[in-house]
Design a protein around this ligand. Structure first.
Ligand code: CLR
Length: 264
């Protein structure tokens, strides 16, 4: 009985014992996560590469800068919410995610979806001129001036820069995103053990991919990035609280429902 339980616990644990069937499971797990990432990533890398030098003109930048604080917040909240919706789709196709209770799926998305959006941001970032793809063109930090949270924007751009420096492949990025999302330390989880189990299998998958790519040393750096992500997201929440206090009406009636549901 116990042995059966142990065996069904997690076949991926056997990876480094070279059980052929577990290797196949890992490959399948990685393949599903990579497929899900690809199908929900909005733009292919080649497309973004081709758009790389499409920048906002001085007039367009000025138009963003002359928006009021609440207009610009609302605008960004809409953009962020779109990005979050793709992350929700991504999550649904991570093997094991749908098996979690609805409560736990929501708990993971509540704290993790913004982190995954920020991880994904590196695909949309041009390190040569520190710009991010936003509203169809590449935007520098000055475009976000009217949000009145320069420290958050600077930290987010910094993070994107650091992620780009790791030069992750799409597969590595897919597995890392899944690892960030399936985190057993999130508050208000019902079944931590089950989340931990899914987390472990994704971790084995990422380790496997990094090993195959001869990049084992990346794992440590990725764990460091996860700590930075956590602090960025609490800064985002702090700004959101500040904003909701100053502009309760916009926050209450003009923010997308999903944005409110996840972050408020
Ligand atoms: C991230 C990767 C997604 C596509 C995407 C959509 C919206 C972008 C986001 C990316 C990066 C961060 C972003 C956001 C819109 C506004 C936000 C540029 C590229 C900036 C940092 C402003 C945040 C403002 C909050 C404080 C409301 O697949």
């Amino acid at each position: 009985q116990d042995l059966m339980a142990l065996h069904s616990y997690n076949p991926l644990d056997d990876l480094y014992n070279h059980y052929p069937h577990s290797l196949r499971n890992i490959d399948e797990l990685c393949a599903s996560i990579v497929r899900s990432h690809r199908e929900t990533s909005q733009y292919r890398l080649e497309e973004l590469q081709a758009l790389r030098w499409k920048m906002f003109s001085r007039e367009e930048i000025q138009a963003y800068q002359s928006k009021t604080v609440d207009e610009m917040w609302q605008h960004c909240a809409v953009r962020l919410t779109e990005a979050v919706q793709y992350v929700v789709e991504f999550a649904k196709h991570i093997p094991g995610f749908r098996m979690l209770s609805q409560n736990d799926q929501i708990a993971l998305l509540k704290t993790g979806s913004m982190e995954v959006v920020l991880v994904r941001m590196c695909r949309f970032f041009n390190t040569e001129n520190n710009t991010v793809f936003f509203d169809g063109k590449f935007a520098g930090t000055e475009v976000f001036k009217s949000l009145a949270c320069g420290d958050l924007i600077a930290a987010v751009f910094d993070f994107a820069h650091g992620m780009c420096a790791l030069k992750l492949t799409e597969q590595q990025l897919a597995l890392f995103s899944a690892l960030v999302l399936i985190n057993a330390d999130r508050p208000s989880l019902e079944d931590r053990v089950r989340v931990q189990r899914v987390h472990r299998s994704v971790e084995v998958g990422l380790t496997h991919i990094l090993h195959r790519d001869n990049h084992d040393s990346l794992l440590h750096k990725l764990y460091q990035r996860m700590a930075v992500l956590r602090s960025l997201c609490s800064l985002h929440m702090e700004k959101l609280r500040w904003f909701s206090q100053r502009y309760p009406l916009t926050a209450h009636s003009l923010f997308p429902p999903l944005y409110k549901e996840l972050f408020a």
